[in-house]
Structure formats: structure tokens, C-alpha cells
Design a protein around this ligand. Structure first.
Ligand SMILES: [Zn+2]
Ligand SMILES: [Zn+2]
Length: 366
């Protein structure tokens, strides 16, 4: 998106959320594809304003955009849990205000969008990586290179005179109502194929498997969807390809959990290390680090590795890695250990409520 998002919505950079909402609502009605049949410019405008609204109506995305301009969120292929159609639904209660032909009704010639779920590891979120997946989807027919025609010839559709749609005028109590339907002869293409391609039967597309390899965006989180523009199913008869929406699911990690941009590990250490202090080799996604546990550490004490957390999605910087100490109480003590513990308790002046009886002690410990 090369335009300024504020210009797109016709609001000032200091516009309130209410002003942004109002501007979007008016523009969305004006440029909605159903109100502008077969108008590619209006359709593009509609998508642009929807994207502008999606960013500017979200405090966090808006401040990112203000900060980084076109380099940051503008034209971002990422969406949160909701997409443009969700915004649209939020406004119009799930019903298109422009009749029943629907949001994508006009994109007759474009391939459909598909959504896939991609499982990735937390390590990939932190360090990035390549993710691969295979889809069976409509691809351009190689025999006719998508035209659907054996010899490349087609003729103007007689029923709609090449318009691809038929208009009907009805009388109602509100006056004349004009409605538009897709031409049944040419399915909206405006032309008829004279000699359909023998491989694809005239559709211009064939189902086939296709492998994809994409870069995992650093900092991505479960529920975030990435749009791979134009990488989806090919449109019939040479139409543009749809998009693939990749919805990420981050698998649970055995050691680290994620809290926003921070990584957290609860690290169990022996009571002796906590009491005496220790310096241990600590493995992170960024390799081995020294972890110095001071003498006298307690459960809940935290140690922080600044900048070793989760990278910020499409922004600079990373969160922190926080190590939270949990003291591992020794269990199943041997006779000798138990004696030392009692000795220690006595040395520290601690009272032991239940002193083991000498006569039974040996049996208890076997
Ligand atoms: Zn073909
Ligand atoms: Zn027709």
C-alpha cells in the first residue's frame, strides 16, 4: 500500500477512533464491490481503506504505523485473529448492506482464498526458520495456459453482450429497483469459449499438489494469520490467483512458556545450590549462558536476560528471558543425608517438630 493511511480515510493524524470509524463506514459503503460491480479501481480502494481502518482502529498497530510509517505495519501481510471481513461484519451485523451477492461475489474471475493452519515451534518463533507445507489446489492449466480454450478463440456472449451480467428492473413500493445477476450463459466472463481445452474442460485450471516453503516471521504468535498474496488457487480462465492465509499455532515448549514478548522458565535448583550459591551453564535459544545464583536465593527469585526473549513481530527488539527459581526439596533422604540435615537444623537452631526415634529409625529408612 503506497498511500498514507490517514489520507486514505481522509482523516487527520490526530483523528479520534470515532472519527476514524465514521470515515471508514462512509467510504466502505461508497466503495463496496457490490455497489461498484466490475470496477477494479473501486475494489482496490475498498481493500485499501479496509486495511487502513484495520491498522488505525487498533491502538497498538496505529502507534506502530505512526512510528515506522510504510516500513512498519502499512501493507502488513499480518492480521490478528480477525480479518477485513470480520471488521465488515462488525459494522453491518454480518449482512452485506448491498444485497445478497456477497463480499466476493464480484471477483468472479479470481481464485478463491484458502486458509491453512501451520504448527511451528517456539524456537522458530524466536530464531525464525523455514516452514514447509503442501496443498492440493487449482493451478493454471498448462495445456491452455489458463485460457480454457483449445485454440485460444472465444466469442462474445450473445445473452449479455459481453457484460457478464444481466440487469433486471422491478417495481416496488419504494420505486424502481435495479438488480444485477451473473449471466448464466458465460458465468460472468462475457465471452464463450468456442473449443474448450481438452485437459481442463474449459475452466483453465486443474487441481494439483503444490509445495510451499515460507519464512516463519520472528515473533509470530498463535492465532496470527499471515496472508500470502496471490499464492493461492488460480482463478478460472486466466483469472488472478487467490491468497493463502496461514494461521499459526505455536506448539508448547518443554521448558519455556511465553508471556507476550517475554520467555519464562521455572528453573528447579537443589536446596544446596540455593543456600550456597552456584554458577551454572544455562541453555537458551541463543546458546549457553552463565547463570549466577547468589547464596541465599529463594523460590520465586527472578533472573533476567535482557533481550533474549521473543522478537517483536515486524518491529525491532526483543523481550526478555526470565528465569524463576524454584527450590527442589530433597526427597527420599539416605540415612547419612538425614543425619546431616538434623545436624544442620541443630546448627541453625531450628526446631524439628517430630524427632525420629532412634529405635525405629533404621527400619524407616530401609
Ligand atoms: Zn486447459
Ligand atoms: Zn454472458
Amino acid at each position: 500500500m503506497e498511500h498514507d493511511l490517514y489520507d486514505l480515510l481522509g482523516v487527520s493524524r490526530t483523528a479520534s477512533l470515532a472519527e476514524i470509524k465514521k470515515a471508514y463506514r462512509e467510504l466502505a459503503r461508497k466503495f463496496h464491490p457490490d455497489a461498484n460491480p466490475n470496477d477494479a479501481a473501486a475494489e482496490k480502494k475498498f481493500k485499501d481503506i479496509a486495511m487502513a481502518y484495520e491498522i488505525l482502529s487498533d491502538d497498538e498497530k496505529r502507534s506502530q504505523y505512526d512510528q515506522f510509517g510504510a516500513v512498519g505495519s502499512a501493507g502488513s501481510p499480518f492480521q490478528g485473529a480477525g480479518g477485513i471481513s470480520d471488521i465488515f461484519e462488525a459494522f453491518f451485523g454480518g449482512q452485506s448492506p448491498f444485497g445478497s451477492s456477497g463480499f466476493r461475489g464480484q471477483q468472479r474471475n479470481s481464485g478463491e482464498d484458502v486458509e491453512i493452519t501451520l504448527k511451528i515451534t517456539l524456537e522458530e518463533v524466536v530464531n525464525g526458520g523455514e516452514a514447509e507445507f503442501t496443498l492440493e489446489l487449482a493451478l493454471q492449466c498448462e495445456t491452455c495456459t489458463g485460457s480454457g480454450s483449445q485454440n485460444g478463440e472465444s466469442e462474445l456472449c450473445g445473452q449479455c453482450d459481453g457484460h457478464g451480467q444481466l440487469q433486471q428492473v422491478r417495481q416496488s413500493i419504494l420505486g424502481q429497483i435495479m438488480s444485477t445477476t451473473v449471466c448464466p450463459s458465460c458465468q460472468g466472463f462475457g465471452t464463450l469459449i468456442i473449443d474448450p481445452c481438452s485437459s481442463c474442460g474449459g475452466s483453465g485450471v486443474e487441481k494439483a499438489e503444490k509445495s510451499f516453503s515460507i519464512e516463519v516471521p520472528k515473533g509470530v504468535d498463535s492465532g496470527i494469520t499471515q496472508r500470502l498474496s496471490g499464492m493461492g488457487p488460480a482463478g478460472p480462465r486466466g483469472g488472478a490467483s487467490g491468497d493463502i492465509h496461514v494461521r499459526y499455532v505455536v506448539e508448547q515448549h518443554s521448558r519455556f512458556s511465553r508471556n507476550g514478548e517475554n520467555l519464562i522458565e521455572q528453573l528447579w535448583i537443589p536446596v544446596t545450590s540455593a543456600a550456597l550459591g552456584a554458577e551454572i551453564e544455562y541453555e537458551t535459544f541463543d546458546g549457553m549462558q552463565k547463570l549466577k545464583i547468589p547464596a541465599g536465593s529463594r523460590t520465586g527469585d527472578k533472573f533476567r536476560y535482557s533481550g533474549l526473549g521473543v522478537p517483536r513481530l515486524q518491529r525491532r527488539g526483543r523481550g526478555d528471558l526470565i528465569v524463576e527459581i524454584v527450590i527442589d526439596t530433597p526427597q527420599n533422604l539416605s540415612k547419612a543425608s538425614k543425619r546431616l540435615m538434623i545436624e544442620l537444623a541443630e546448627e541453625l537452631g531450628e526446631t524439628i517438630e517430630e524427632k525420629p526415634k532412634r529405635s525405629r529409625k533404621s527400619k524407616q529408612n530401609e
